[in-house]
Structures are given as C-alpha cells and as structure tokens.
Design a protein around this ligand. Structure first.
Ligand SMILES: Cc1ncc(COP(=O)(O)O)c(C=O)c1O
Length: 392
C-alpha cells in the first residue's frame, strides 16, 4: 500500500525546455489584438479569400474515389511528376521523380527535416536576418548553432563580405529565402552567381526557401537555385502549394534535392511525418497539370500590390520596393518615432489596421522604423485598410 499523500503521487514531471527562448510570437499577439479591436488584419501572412473551386473539386473527387489511405512515403507519384515537370519547364533542371523529390507537410516541415537531416550537434548554420521565424528553433532542435548575418540595412541585399566572414570550418548550411519574407525583395542572377562563387570551395549545403517563387513582379524572373547547376548540386529547394494555390491551411509542400541529400532527408521524414495526406496530393497533381494556375499568380498579386501601393502613396508612410512575395514594407518615420512594436500596436488599436514590426524577424531585434503589411487580401479588405490608413 502506498502511504504517500495523493498530492505528491500525482505529479507532472518538470522538464528542461529544449527551446527556452521560444515564447508567444508577435504574429499571435498582433492577431489577437486585431480581433479584439476589430482591426483589419494585414499582419497575418495568408489570404482572406478562397482557392479555385476546381482545386476543391479535384480533392473531393480523390476522396470520393477512395484515395484515402497511406500514399508512398515520398509522396503521390503523379504529384512528384507534376513538380518535376514544373521545375524543369521553369528553371531547366530535371529532378528524378523517384529519388529527388519528396512531398512534405508544408514548407515548415521541409525546412525542419532538411536541417535535422544534415546538422550535427555543434554545426553552424548561417541565417540572413531578417528571416522567417522557424529557422532558428529548427537549428537549435538539431543541436546546431544559428549564426545570424544581417542583410544590408536599407536595401536587404545580401552582404557577401559578411556572409564570407561568418563561414567557419563548422558551417554546415546556409538558408536563403527569395522572394523574401519580410522585405519583399528578390535575389538577382548576379546575387546567385556570387553565392555560387562563395560556396564553391566549401561543403556548405544550401537550404533554398522558395515558397513565394510564383510571386515575382514587374517582369523579374525568380532566381531559383534550380537555374544554377552549381547551387542546385548542394541545395534543398523548398516550395509550398499553400502559398501558390491559396490553401495555406492544407500544409502541403515539397522539397527537391540531389539524390544523396534527399536520401538523408527521407530518413528523417519517414520517422517523423512518414506520409502527407493522400487526397490533397491527388487533387494538387490534377490542378497543377494546368500551368496557368501557377503562372498567373504573379499578375494576380501584382494587381493587388499596385492597388495597395497606390492607396498608401497618399499617406506619409514611405513605401519600400515590393519585388516579390505578398508583402509590402513601409517606413513610418514621418508619422511616428515609436519603436516598431509600439507603432504596430498603436496602428492596430488606434487606426484599425494590423501590421508586423520588422524587428520581429531579427535575432535580438533591430529598429529601423519599418512595418510589414500583407496584401494577400480581398480588394474590399485592402480598400477598407486604405480608408483607415488615409489618416496617416
Ligand atoms: C519564408 C517562409 N517560409 C516558409 C513558410 C511556411 O510555409 P508552409 O505554410 O508551407 O509551411 C512561410 C509561411 O509564411 C514563409 O513565409
């Protein structure tokens, strides 16, 4: 018989956090504030409109025809074939469908999987700040060391001298994101060439986050790693169906990489996710067969960008270039001298439009009086936001 009082027997163990620095993100905070104050939420990075009904029909059809059990571990073959065809048509590199493409549960999982597959404890991974918030905790989970190098303040161009200076014998990987969240800049062909030169004599793996690949404006070309054989030979190329087809909640994406890298990736994928849901993959494969569904995205978002920029031009907010992605950054220094977070809180509560401070994307924060808006919204949402922002 156990004579201990129940209060000492029933006890949840105290665990040391694997990610002690992770707390509530600014995205959660601003979204909650926007909801509470009835603000137009241009902080959240996803569409407030629905996807093409033909995509829903394709998924529905897959479900109703019994495609509901585990697919192959690497993904439904027709979807991998469609991905390989698209990459080859757009960027000229042929990835092997059997060994070089894997369907993932969102780009977030693909990035984590790539990092877990290649980063050993103590390895360094270079991140270019500002950057997407999952990279750093992913590296920490692998036991690696994040090394933050800033993009150039003002232009967000890669600072190759600083990247070169950050490379050590422990550098295992570098994460590059173009089109870029949050700055909305895109890398040029010259940037990619310089990157290739910089990495040539190293064994550094490139993690290329290209989730906004189809949102590049003003007749620019997306400079995928797949266009540069030297880079593609050392890269995980990651893209997201969620971004491309307005279905961020489906969490379906893909990774493409040379077979030896992909073999390691699949070892992690197999014992973490194993497979990604079947009917979505069949539906996406069918929908992707029509290239206009991804090729039309740049014009679709460029029109929204132009509508939003035309409205903002009448305010004292200074517009930064938006070359790609669905973001628009503004410099608010003519309006306020508040810190970025304080300004975004004020904008949400007093003006009724939510935005995200750029400092949230920097390790340790960095104040430039910049805020990020997302224009992946219905025209009526953008117009309502512009009506309110007209006060500035
Ligand atoms: C730069 C970047 N990478 C990755 C992701 C995540 O994509 P997914 O929703 O497919 O996981 C996002 C989403 O906001 C992003 O902005």
């Amino acid at each position: 018989m156990n004579h201990e009082p129940a209060s000492t027997r029933v006890r949840t163990p105290v665990v040391a956090s694997r990610l002690p620095k992770v707390g509530t993100t600014i995205f959660t905070v601003m979204s909650a504030l926007a909801l509470e104050r009835g603000a137009v939420n241009l902080g959240q990075g996803f569409p407030d409109f629905d996807c093409d009904p033909a995509l829903l029909d394709a998924v529905n059809n897959a479900m109703r025809t019994g495609l509901n059990q585990y697919p192959p571990m690497a993904g439904v073959p027709t979807l991998r074939e469609a991905v390989a065809r698209k990459i080859e048509a757009l960027y000229g590199r042929a990835y092997d469908v059997g060994t070089e493409i894997t369907i993932t549960a969102g780009a977030t999982q693909a990035i984590l999987t790539a990092i877990l597959a290649i980063v050993h404890p103590g390895d360094e991974v270079i991140l270019l700040d500002p950057c997407y918030d999952s990279y750093e905790p992913n590296i920490v989970m692998a036991g690696g060391v994040p090394v933050h190098v800033p993009l150039m303040p003002g232009t967000f161009a890669p600072d190759f001298a600083r990247i070169a200076a950050a490379i050590t014998h422990k550098t295992r990987a570098l994460v590059v994101n173009t089109p870029h969240n949050p700055s909305a800049t895109v890398w040029s062909a010259q940037d990619m060439q310089r990157l290739a030169e910089l990495l040539r004599s190293t064994d550094i793996v490139l993690i290329a986050d290209e989730v906004y690949e189809h949102m590049v404006f003003d007749d620019r070309l997306h400079q995928s790693v797949a266009r540069f054989p030297e880079l593609a030979a050392r890269a995980f190329l990651i893209s997201s169906f969620g971004k491309t087809y307005h279905v961020t909640g489906w969490k379906v994406a893909y990774a493409a990489a040379p077979a030896t890298l992909m073999a390691e990736f699949r070892k992690v994928h197999q014992f973490n996710v194993f497979t990604v849901n079947t009917p979505m993959q069949h539906g996406l494969a069918r929908f992707m067969a029509e290239p206009s569904h991804h090729l039309g995205l740049a014009a679709f978002y460029q029109r929204k960008r132009d509508l939003f920029r035309a409205g903002l031009a009448a305010t004292r907010l200074r517009l930064l270039p938006s070359q790609g992605s669905y973001f628009q950054c503004v410099d608010y220094s003519a309006v306020s001298d508040k810190t970025e977070e304080a300004f975004c809180r004020w904008l949400t509560t007093e003006i009724g439009v939510a935005a995200i401070p750029l400092s949230a994307f920097y390790s340790g924060g960095f104040e430039q009086k910049l805020a990020r808006f997302c224009f992946a919204k219905k025209d009526e949402t953008l117009n309502l936001a512009l009506e309110r922002l007209a006060k500035l």
